[in-house]
Ligand binder design. Structure first.
Ligand SMILES: NC(=O)C1=CN([C@@H]2O[C@H](COP(=O)(O)OP(=O)(O)OC[C@H]3O[C@@H](n4cnc5c(N)ncnc54)[C@H](OP(=O)(O)O)[C@@H]3O)[C@@H](O)[C@H]2O)C=CC1
Ligand SMILES: O=C([O-])C1=[NH+]CCC1
Length: 304
């Protein structure tokens, strides 16, 4: 008889997995996912169930990594929150299966680890980082970017100045708060957009040529964070082409062409044009959660 599933709480997950251990395993999985006719990593486009009454959706994000025999599904609820709301906008549960028998081995309510090997696309000399949005994703991106790279200056903007100020008070290093997006991104080498916006907040005319934009918000076909000018002038990289053309308003509504999947850069089939203005449009991949869940479960077993 199969063992009952273990429940791994979010605070435990944080102590069991560091993103530095995740990235190399993720790179292998992404490279395999982006191979032509790949049968090694199976990840269908997210299925979404609209929750109109609550201005949100439930997303189902399954993935099977054949090379590591990892079967996993993330279930994520996302809501568009009014300004000043204290309710969380993203809540996720991850189920890790035994692929042979089909029983659930572990259930966890993880931090959503949206970390990517983005140094591939950042300008070689990146001194100024601007984060647009100041919520959960902003903090996790701040932590990874500032632990991994040495920026001379970090700036933050949020829809409400109080959110940006609270963010700046919560970070380890010095962060300056800006009231205008245009001024906040002026001269920035790396811009992370992590807002709940559904209309563009970042405009191409403000972006320094050669800058890198990591676009993390706007995960529905009619939501946007970036304007047409930026989308059309930049080389656009995505996590999954199939996902991007189905779900990303920034891509669908601007008509921008996808240059490459990040996995194609990692497996050497497309170049990383870091000297150009680049946009990485991330929508989230079940693969990330599958790799994370396996690592978390292994660590959990070592400790119990
Ligand atoms: N690509 C991926 O893999 C993932 C993407 N996401 C996306 O990242 C984004 C941020 O998520 P998270 O940090 O958890 O959210 P939070 O609710 O914690 O933070 C949202 C931030 O966006 C701002 N904001 C909200 N609505 C608007 C708007 N209409 N216009 C401009 N700014 C707005 C908020 O400003 P204020 O508080 O000042 O009002 C706040 O700074 C979401 O779009 C989410 O879908 C999340 C997880 C994974
Ligand atoms: O990957 C993810 O969990 C999400 N992407 C967009 C909203 C939530």
């Amino acid at each position: 008889m199969a063992e009952p599933p273990v429940l791994i709480r979010q605070d435990e997950v944080e102590g069991l997995l560091h993103y530095k251990d995740l990235i190399p395993r993720l790179e292998v999985a992404l490279g395999k996912f982006s191979k032509l006719d790949s049968a090694e990593v199976i990840q269908p486009v997210r299925t979404t169930v609209p929750l109109q009454k609550y201005n949100g959706f439930l997303g189902l994000m399954p993935a099977y990594l054949v090379h590591e025999d990892i079967l996993c599904t993330k279930l994520v609820c996302f809501y568009k929150r009014e300004s000043g709301s204290t309710l969380p906008s993203t809540q996720a549960t991850v189920l890790l299966f035994d692929p042979e028998y089909g029983n659930v081995k572990a259930v966890s309510m993880p931090m959503i680890i949206e970390q990517w090997p983005l140094d591939l696309l950042m300008p070689a000399k990146s001194e100024v980082l601007t984060i647009l949005g100041a919520g959960h994703q902003a903090l996790s991106h701040y932590n990874v970017f500032t632990e991994t790279f040495s920026f001379k200056e970090v700036r933050v903007w949020s829809r409400r100045k109080e959110t940006a100020e609270r963010f700046a008070q919560s970070t380890q290093g010095h962060v300056t708060v800006w009231e205008s997006v245009e001024e906040a991104v002026n001269g920035a080498d790396v811009i992370v957009t992590v807002t709940g916006a559904s209309e563009p907040v970042l405009f191409g005319q403000w972006v320094k040529p050669g800058a890198h934009v990591a676009a993390v918000g706007a995960c529905r076909p009619d939501w946007r964070e970036l304007d047409d000018v930026l989308m059309r002038q930049a080389k656009v990289y995505v996590d999954s082409r199939e996902g991007a053309v189905a779900e990303s308003g920034d891509i669908i509504l601007s008509g921008a062409k996808v240059f490459a999947e990040l996995g194609e850069v990692l497996n050497g089939t497309r170049p990383a044009l870091r000297e150009k203005t680049t946009v990485f449009k991330s929508l989230g991949m079940g693969i990330q959660d599958a790799v994370s869940a396996k690592l978390v479960f292994e660590q959990w077993k070592n400790k119990h």
